[in-house]
Write a protein that binds this ligand. Structure first.
Ligand code: COA
Length: 142
């Protein structure tokens, strides 16, 4: 079984490194420290990947989720989602949301396979190198 730690500010360098190899636009260590300072931020991490969420009342939203390219398709993101869902359910959080680029088929595959469904589409929500792109808003009732 995969093991993850609850994120703390000490994880900011690892989070920034994993984020930089996973996304076009990297978030800085400082931005991770800022998120982790907020009492509403919760995350789980290991050397291969992490998930970071905002939790307010009975709702949680994924801020970011990524797995190192060398470690993908081994179930790590699925395990991170399951770990987070167990944590949220224990705290009576009932609704889980996220935004994903409409072209991000690996992520859409991951979320669909883990029980998320589309609730909305935000047209031209993201700015990309090739113009604007829609966001899909996915949700799961926990
Ligand atoms: C999306 C991401 C987190 C998936 O991580 P992962 O650890 O490889 O995911 P898993 O191994 O748990 O995959 C679970 C399922 O998701 C789907 N999936 C994952 N990667 C996929 C891909 N490249 N193509 C199609 N389906 C994919 C599959 O159904 C997969 O099951 P399978 O391997 O049995 O076919 C990873 O590709 C990543 O970090 N991408 C860059 C960052 C990103 O886009 N994050 C999401 C932002 S919303």
């Amino acid at each position: 079984m995969l093991r993850f730690d609850l994120t703390t500010k000490a994880h900011a360098p690892l989070m920034a490194a994993l984020h930089a190899v996973s996304f076009e636009t990297a978030w800085s260590e400082e931005s991770f420290r800022t998120f982790l300072d907020l009492p509403t931020t919760v995350g789980f991490i290991n050397e291969a990947g992490f998930i970071l969420c905002t939790v307010v009342a009975d709702e949680a939203e994924i801020l970011t989720l990524c797995v190192h390219p060398d470690c993908r398709r081994q179930g790590i993101a699925t395990a991170l989602l399951q770990k987070m869902e167990a944590y949220l359910k224990e705290r009576h959080v009932s609704r889980f949301f996220l935004d994903v680029r409409a072209s991000n088929l690996p992520a859409i595959g991951l979320y669909t396979r883990n029980g998320f469904t589309q609730m909305n589409r935000r047209v031209a929500y993201y700015e990309t190198e090739n113009g604007r792109e829609d966001a899909l808003v996915l949700k799961k009732e926990l």
